[in-house]
Design a binder for this molecule. Structure first.
Ligand SMILES: NC(=O)c1ccc[n+]([C@@H]2O[C@H](COP(=O)([O-])OP(=O)(O)OC[C@H]3O[C@@H](n4cnc5c(N)ncnc54)[C@H](OP(=O)(O)O)[C@@H]3O)[C@@H](O)[C@H]2O)c1
Length: 330
């Protein structure tokens, strides 16, 4: 499954995308196949409204549902009838499993993803950096992605969970073959500012012409403000994490809620708009049509400078932040 020719213009991403980690994940997200009809509506609504970027991964889906997120996206894209069909951008992340240590293995993995997506991958991202335990694996993996790009099988090469040192190195490798890195994806939200404040990734990405994507921009749902209020905590790991974080983040949630009330918006919309104001592309996950509709309401307006500063201050005063991804490199 290939695109006829090598892409002539760099892949440009929309201001916001939709994350699909939950689509097929029973363990963390309580996915049930009965949700599929509504997930199709989420897909349709996003695309219809111009949110054309969908982020997935070949490791998404738990147990025998592995690959489910890609499969659902493939199915939804096939049956979708409406505007922006020609602008669909399916961004998958290829897991850096230990057995994927040759370029050929990466190319094979991409082909399997394209089969599930029933179309060529638009943006193929290296899911994580192996710098912390097998640094030698990054080069062949990147070579695989670059080969796919050269063969015209993908429109863009992306990275995820890379820090500045490894990013510069990867950028150098790509430059040697004249291939652009389209995007870098890191955990970024009011509860995970580390990639920009400590690692300086926004400035570096701007310098290198790389678009910065913010994953978990709602801190797994915490920044919507619903947990700790009327909504009971989710079961499992997320509930445990939220229980630890909630006492420390009350002032931040209160600031979000106050700005939301004064703007006639929701806390989720303010949290996402803050990301947009930082010049990053948030990809909030949505499990229901109502959530997707609400999240799209983050577009089309701007927090003012004072509001951004209030949020920055409230964020920096939180005693606790989200746990960083163990694969995030320096
Ligand atoms: N590169 C990586 O390593 C990596 C890691 C993590 C995620 N990602 C990507 O980033 C995407 C987004 O991150 P995420 O899904 O982890 O977390 P998120 O976007 O911070 O939170 C999404 C969750 O929050 C809740 N939610 C969303 N919108 C809401 C709304 N308007 N009102 C109330 N609740 C709402 C939903 O869960 P509930 O309804 O259950 O509360 C939803 O599944 C993922 O789907 C994935 O594509 C990438």
């Amino acid at each position: 499954m290939s695109i006829a020719a090598s892409p002539s213009s760099p892949l440009s991403l929309p201001p916001m995308g939709c994350g699909t980690w939950a689509w097929g994940n029973r363990l963390l997200w309580n996915y049930d196949p009965a949700m599929d009809g509504e997930l199709q509506q989420v897909f349709n609504h996003c695309l219809n409204q111009g949110v054309t970027l969908f982020d997935t991964g070949d490791s998404y889906g738990t147990g025998r549902l592995n690959g489910r997120s890609e499969t659902l996206l493939g199915r939804f894209a096939q049956v979708y009838q409406g505007p922006n069909q020609d602008r669909i951008c399916l961004a998958t992340k290829l897991a850096v499993y230990p057995w994927r240590w040759t370029a050929a293995a990466v190319e094979k993995a991409a082909q399997a993803s394209a089969q599930r997506l029933q179309r060529p991958i638009d943006l193929a991202q290296m899911h994580w950096s192996t710098a912390n335990y097998a640094p030698w694996q990054e080069d062949p993996f990147l070579t695989g992605l670059m080969n796919l790009y050269r063969q015209g099988q993908i429109r863009g090469v992306g990275l995820s969970n890379f820090g500045p040192q490894r990013l510069k190195r990867a950028h150098q490798r790509c430059q040697e073959r004249g291939i652009p890195i389209t995007s870098l994806q890191v955990q970024y939200s009011l509860l995970s500012t580390y990639p920009i404040t400590h690692l300086g990734l926004k400035d570096l990405c701007d310098q290198l012409g790389i678009q910065l994507i913010a994953y978990s921009p709602l801190a797994l749902g915490l920044l919507t403000g619903k947990y700790g209020g009327a909504t009971s905590l989710p079961r499992g790991v997320r509930g445990l994490l939220f229980r630890q974080l909630l006492p420390a983040i009350q002032p931040l949630l209160a600031t979000l809620a106050a700005i939301a009330a004064s703007r006639n918006k929701t806390s989720a919309q303010v949290a996402l708009n803050w990301c947009l104001g930082k010049g990053v592309i948030p990809i909030p996950g949505a499990k229901t049509l109502a959530q997707a509709k609400q999240n799209l309401g983050a577009l089309g307006w701007h927090l003012d400078r004072g509001e951004m500063e209030d949020l920055d201050r409230a964020s920096s005063r939180c005693d606790r932040q989200m746990v960083q991804n163990i694969f995030q490199s320096r």
